[in-house]
Design a binder for this molecule. Structure first.
Ligand SMILES: NC(=O)c1ccc[n+]([C@@H]2O[C@H](COP(=O)([O-])OP(=O)(O)OC[C@H]3O[C@@H](n4cnc5c(N)ncnc54)[C@H](OP(=O)(O)O)[C@@H]3O)[C@@H](O)[C@H]2O)c1
Length: 252
């Protein structure tokens, strides 16, 4: 199944792309760092898989269209999109910078929208396809110090939820992944305070690939932190504020 993975140059995207390719899917790899994409293509091909690097900034709508045209020409129709490219800096609420907020929305929300916009007509024409988006448990409530990130992931989650309902009659499945903390740097420190229930990359990858293959609608994990996040949505604002006050934020 021809799969486009965005944010494939590092971290979760790289790991998902490697795993999907090992399972036999031709994978198109999108991100900005061409050298990293090319070394990943070499790694996948050396293991007997098929991959294509499409260097591109997902916040550039025209560039995304062009890159996806290249994928369709070289690999075939995109049958599955894994829109993983994303990230975010802490939000300074006291010195709020609209540009920083807009940049986070551009990457985490619009970057995914541009990719979906480019692959959707083909999927609708063929009456099948699978859209996967990388949200976060940070989407459940606004977290201190992480306003822009939480807002962007909440918007992304709700958008995908709407698309899931609207596109089902057209044969298109939608999956939203909501990870907690994932350790993406192999040499990084062991789990520390402030990143509870942090998962190793290989473990998180296994879980996400399973969710993708079974076309789960929504996969929030690990269940422990997902339960805390869900519970937090039930807390009255005054209690939520008191519990979170002064806690800063660890974006994920
Ligand atoms: N790690 C966690 O704990 C965690 C938890 C929950 C959710 N997530 C989500 O998982 C996704 C991947 O995060 P990660 O932890 O693996 O981070 P990462 O290692 O920093 O990977 C981010 C990826 O996105 C790409 N990217 C960033 N800006 C881009 C742009 N403008 N255009 C194209 N590609 C762009 C980067 O590639 P280039 O720099 O080469 O463009 C990189 O491949 C993100 O959406 C993140 O919000 C992560």
């Amino acid at each position: 199944m021809v799969t486009l993975v965005t944010g494939a140059s590092s971290g979760i995207g790289r790991s998902l792309a490697l795993r999907l390719a090992a399972d036999g899917d031709p994978v198109a790899l999108m991100a900005r760092r061409t050298d990293l994409l090319q070394s990943l293509v070499a790694e996948i091909e050396a293991a007997g898989g098929r991959a294509l690097a499409v260097p591109c900034d997902v916040t550039d709508r025209e560039a995304v269209r062009g890159a996806i045209d290249t994928v369709e020409r070289e690999l075939g129709h995109v049958e599955r999109l894994v829109a993983n490219a994303g990230g975010g800096e802490p939000t300074d609420s006291v010195h709020l910078d609209a540009t920083a907020v807009a940049d986070t929305m551009a990457l985490n929300l619009m970057g995914t929208v541009y990719c979906i916009e480019a692959v959707l007509p083909g999927m609708l024409h063929r009456n099948r396809g699978h859209l996967v988006a990388m949200s976060s448990l940070a989407a459940y409530r606004g977290l201190p110090g992480g306003g822009a990130y939480s807002a962007s992931k909440a918007a992304l989650t709700n958008l995908m939820e709407s698309l899931r309902i609207d596109l089902k009659p057209h044969g298109i499945d939608v999956t939203v992944l909501l990870p907690g903390f994932v350790r993406t740097k192999p040499g990084g420190r062991k789990a520390k305070r402030g990143k509870p229930f942090r998962l190793e990359l290989a473990d998180a990858t296994d879980r996400m690939v399973k969710a993708i293959r079974s076309r789960r609608r929504r996969y929030a994990f690990p269940w422990t932190l997902a339960a805390v996040a869900r519970l937090a949505t039930l807390l009255p604002a005054a209690l939520f504020d008191r519990l979170l006050a002064g806690r800063g934020r660890q974006i994920s």
